[in-house]
Ligand binder design. Structure first.
Ligand code: 5GP
Length: 208
């Protein structure tokens, strides 16, 4: 059987890597602007579990302050396509339908699970559905804002995007919120401390 740790073409089955793994896979989704980034920073700092983030690959341009290899692996569309065709992704999708691709590299997941780590994927709903096909035992958590109106307020206050881009994100958020039931847990991020506590409780209940 081929070793799923190194990037291999599609016939290298991720579920076999999952069966041998000793770590845990945690998948977190939620509309952009729901305060996920801040919440996850606190989760990494405060939750007593061997958590490691999976750094996704994307074709979108870095925002100010974002670091290649830390926030994302920023790839050109050609490099992304090459890796996709080479079967290096556990899942990948065009998010927002505006030409930007995002994906989870196998190399971010399988070796760390094997090493006993708890690998955290911050991906969208369609990515989660694809991951669950390979890792049905993944712990799925949906971080939701109080409301779409609150999300609009947060994205507008962040000031990094045009109104049209925000409108597109709100539309995606409405669709994503409707899918929140697919997740094993939902955490409402209205009060940060309470949300961090809830996240840590969820992780603890799953075996930290
Ligand atoms: P942003 O551009 O704001 O960093 O992320 C936009 C969206 O892309 C977020 O909803 C995030 O969950 C999603 N995303 C980030 N990385 C991945 C990935 O590897 N796979 C998938 N399917 N979605 C991702």
């Amino acid at each position: 059987m081929p070793d799923a740790d190194s990037a291999k073409p599609n016939d290298d089955k991720p579920q076999e890597a999952g069966a041998r793994a000793t770590g845990k896979l945690i998948v977190i989704s939620g509309p952009s602007g729901a305060g996920k980034t801040t919440l996850l920073k606190r989760m990494y700092a405060e939750c007593p579990a061997p958590l490691v983030p999976s750094v996704s690959a994307t074709t979108r341009k870095p925002r100010p302050g974002e670091v290649d290899g830390v926030d994302y692996h920023f790839l050109t569309p050609d490099e992304f396509r090459r890796r996709r065709e080479n079967g290096e992704f556990l899942e990948c999708f065009e998010v927002y339908g505006r030409g930007d691709w995002y994906g989870t590299l196998q190399s971010e997941v399988a070796p760390r699970l094997k090493a006993g780590k708890w690998v955290v994927l911050e991906i969208d709903v369609q990515g989660t559905i694809a991951v669950l096909e390979h890792y049905p035992d993944a712990l799925t958590i949906f971080v939701q804002p109080e409301s779409v109106e609150e999300l609009d307020r947060r994205l507008t206050a962040r000031g990094t995007e045009t109104r049209a881009a925000i409108e597109r994100r709100l539309e995606v958020a409405r669709r994503e919120l409707a899918e929140a039931e697919r997740y094993r847990y939902r955490v409402t991020n209205d009060e940060l401390d309470a949300a961090v506590t809830r996240l840590c409780e969820i992780l603890k209940s799953c075996g930290s």
